[in-house]
Design a protein. Structure first.
Length: 311
């Protein structure tokens, strides 16, 4: 007798492949100008105007979504006036789940607060729409164009054993939470992982909706609240960014869950969340050690006869 637990995932994978408008190999990059990609994005980003989108200054990276949409990012340099020994590096991202429209929109709205002293003391890399194919689907989709939940596709330890098993048993093979056929199988998650490696953030801020809470993984003292959002840890999941970065890589991750995926919080609340987040970063996050510089320093100490620190 055939095992139903094996048949159902195989069928869903086949269906996802058929429904995906393009395969990973057939996808072609779409060369768009800011006005053109904004025209496509803003109908799915509440309260973000065409002019605000164009003036935001996001640029296409050398990476594209499965369907060829440019994956956008922006660097904002620190002014060097912070109280840390070097500027903190913050990776801010929204729109990992395409049907959480506010998670992308609020990133654009927060750009208005970049002129403050704390924000200017931070080195930012901002990725507003990690899953553009899901956001731009005919009906906005949590998953990417391959039917994969990107927030279950990161390479946590024992992913091959844990992620498919969790999906089948705990979610009852919910298509909205399909982790993919392998970790980092999707261009969007490979992009995020690449940016983590290159940018080397001290903290990651990932915006979601609609649970209306804060989640936290990793070292550092977690925040108590941002605006009206209170800390309420929602758990550890195989393949999630919080698990991969916060638990596995020991790099703190704040997951901001806005209270509504379709409707933006009031303007005052958008600002309160931003201000509380900046204060927490400034007060509680410390620069990560740079392993390259640390190795060079150890080598210089050894050459000078200073020895190395006790292990």
């Amino acid at each position: 007798m055939l095992n139903a637990n094996l048949i159902v995932p195989a069928l869903l994978m086949a269906v996802a492949a058929v429904l995906a408008p393009m395969s990973a190999y057939a996808a072609k990059s779409v060369e768009l100008k800011p006005a053109e990609w904004c025209e496509r994005l803003i109908p799915r980003m509440p309260t973000v105007t065409q002019s605000a989108c164009e003036q935001a200054g996001f640029l296409p990276t050398d990476r594209h979504s499965l369907q060829g949409f440019p994956l956008l990012a922006k660097d904002v340099k620190a002014n060097g006036k912070g109280k840390k020994k070097r500027p903190l590096r913050v990776l801010l991202m929204g729109g990992i789940h395409g049907d959480e429209l506010t998670s992308a929109a609020i990133v654009y709205r927060w750009l208005d607060g970049m002129s403050g002293p704390i924000a200017q003391s931070i080195q930012w890399r901002i990725m507003p729409v990690v899953n553009p194919d899901g956001l731009l689907a005919k009906k906005a989709s949590r998953m990417n164009a391959n039917g994969v939940d990107l927030n279950r596709n990161f390479p946590t330890p024992d992913w091959e054993a844990e992620a498919p098993a969790y999906w089948q048993t705990r979610t009852r093979s919910d298509p909205r939470r399909f982790p993919g056929k392998a970790p980092l199988s999707e261009p969007e998650t490979r992009w995020v992982e690449h940016e983590m490696q290159v940018f080397k953030p001290d903290v990651i801020i990932s915006v979601h909706a609609p649970y209306g809470v804060l989640d936290f993984d990793g070292p550092a003292q977690p925040p108590r609240k941002f605006g009206r959002l209170l800390l309420n840890r929602v758990g550890i999941y195989p393949g999630s960014l919080g698990n991969y970065s916060g638990v596995h890589k020991n790099l703190p991750v704040i997951t901001i869950e806005l209270p509504n995926a379709q409707k933006m919080p009031p303007k005052a609340e958008v600002r309160r969340i931003w201000v509380d987040m900046l204060n927490w970063i400034n007060d509680k996050v410390e620069p990560q050690e740079d392993p390259v510089k640390e190795a060079k320093s150890s080598a210089r100490s050894a050459k000078a006869g200073l020895g190395s620190p006790a292990r």
